[in-house]
Design a protein around this ligand. Structure first.
Ligand code: SDX
Length: 390
């Protein structure tokens, strides 16, 4: 090894991706989709309206949104053969692995309708993935808890249908809780896109090879599953539970984080771009109390999370490293209050992020012109040397 790092060579990664979809200012804690601030979209829009905005660039007219919604409702059914796919997997399979595998399997039903250079195929597969991924996600959840699958109900809205597929059972009607539906819709909106994060960059790199949307989304799901990325929402709940079960004080845990004992991190804190409070985390935190109260849930883990945040934000270790809560810090407490198992939390992140992946795939594909992605490397290995003479 030469012992040098990229920084020693003054290496600056100039290979940045151009995009018109999402703008982030990490210092100021700003997030906008096609120019609209996330705070306004989360407060006033719907998941499918933001999805259309991300994918096609402008807010849809009422007719465009109505047609989009109707097409999605009418494509929620999975091929009956695909339902057997789930029974081939062990019941303890992680729902993110199920989601990615089933998404890849989904592509086999449309292989003759997935030409990335055919705009009708591209638009139709946007509809198919938006319609079917929530169904696959719900079936991954049902597989995990050994319950029978329900069929989608086209009379329900996007989020309501998803809730019913997750929590409804064959033996009785499922009553939609409007508070839960509204809260989940807002959380999904907050996840829809986030510029060139690891999973979206994965989707774009796969898209640049000419692979179809199913392949790209399946790869994106796997990238998202890592605990440093989307898997953090599940890791936060595990962290809070471990603190509670160990009887250790929150302050003592924070000391262990600062001392980097056993590589422990404050999950749900820190960000590659935000060196300020993640604007999404602000919105999630503000709604956590309201949602838990409305659901009649009193979870001491929420109080513990708030205590953790308070201690961390007043501590020089976190301040000097610009470590603030990110989108994953409070979401898990709300998902838990809704009744989702921890293993499904990152699946919810994937359902939220799907429109962004589809928008970024489409933008990459439109700009492709045969340009395959190839991240730059700076070689810092050994200089040339001869093979030893025998
Ligand atoms: C998401 O990119 C996106 O946009 C992602 C996302 C999206 O919407 O797609 O926003 C979603 O992935 C949010 C992030 C979720 N991940 C976590 O919450 C996992 C915990 N966070 C960290 O692992 C970390 O903060 C990262 C990976 C998120 C960001 O790491 P960075 O920017 O590469 O920072 P770093 O690892 O270089 O850390 C800088 C310093 C180090 O200390 P020193 O070596 O200087 O002493 O900060 C420390 C780190 O040890 N540090 C932490 C910490 N995060 C960074 N210390 C304790 N706890 C943490 N969480």
């Amino acid at each position: 090894q030469t012992g040098y790092t990229a920084l020693d060579y003054g290496f600056v990664n100039t290979a940045s991706t151009k995009s018109e979809i999402t703008y982030i200012d990490g210092e100021a804690g700003i997030l906008r989709h096609r120019g609209y601030p996330i705070e306004q979209l989360a407060a006033n829009s719907s998941f499918l309206e933001v999805a259309w905005l991300l994918i096609y660039g402008e807010l849809p007219t009422a007719d465009e949104l109505g047609e989009f919604d109707e097409k999605i409702r009418r494509h929620t059914l999975l091929h009956e053969d695909l339902k057997r796919f789930f029974s081939a997997l062990p019941s303890g399979a992680h729902p993110m692995a199920v989601l990615s595998s089933a998404t890849s399997a989904l592509s086999t039903y449309y292989s003759d309708q997935s030409d990335p250079d055919n705009p009708d195929h591209v638009d139709m597969n946007i509809i198919r993935l938006l319609a079917k991924l929530p169904v696959i996600a719900a079936y991954a959840h049902k597989t995990a808890n050994g319950q029978a699958f329900l069929y989608p109900d086209n009379s329900l809205g996007y989020v309501e249908n998803f809730l019913r597929l997750n929590f409804g059972v064959m033996s009785e009607p499922y009553e939609i809780n409007p508070v839960m539906a509204k809260a989940l819709e807002r959380l999904l909106i907050l996840h829809e896109d986030h510029e060139q994060n690891a999973s979206t960059s994965t989707v774009r790199l796969v898209a640049s090879t000419g692979a179809n949307q199913f392949a790209s989304v399946s790869a994106g799901i796997q990238a998202l599953s890592g605990p440093l990325h989307g898997g953090a929402n599940e890791a936060v709940l595990r962290m809070l539970g471990q603190i509670r079960d160990s009887g250790e004080s929150v302050a003592r845990f924070v000391e262990r984080v600062k001392n980097k004992e056993d590589g422990v991190k404050l999950m749900g804190f820190g960000h590659r771009v935000y060196k300020n409070y993640d604007p999404r985390a602000k919105i999630v935190k503000a709604s956590a109390d309201e949602v838990l109260e409305a659901l009649g849930v009193n979870d001491p883990l929420l109080d513990m999370a708030k205590e953790l945040e308070e201690i961390a934000l007043s501590d020089e270790y976190f301040q000097s490293r610009n470590l603030y809560p990110n989108v994953d810090f409070y979401t898990g407490v709300i998902y838990k209050a809704m009744g989702f198992p921890t293993s499904v939390f990152t699946v919810l992140f994937a359902i939220g992020r799907l429109p962004g992946w589809l928008a970024q795939w489409r933008e990459q594909n439109l700009d492709r012109q045969g340009k395959i992605g190839r991240p730059q490397q700076l070689y810092v290995g050994p200089a040339e040397r001869d093979y030893p003479a025998k």
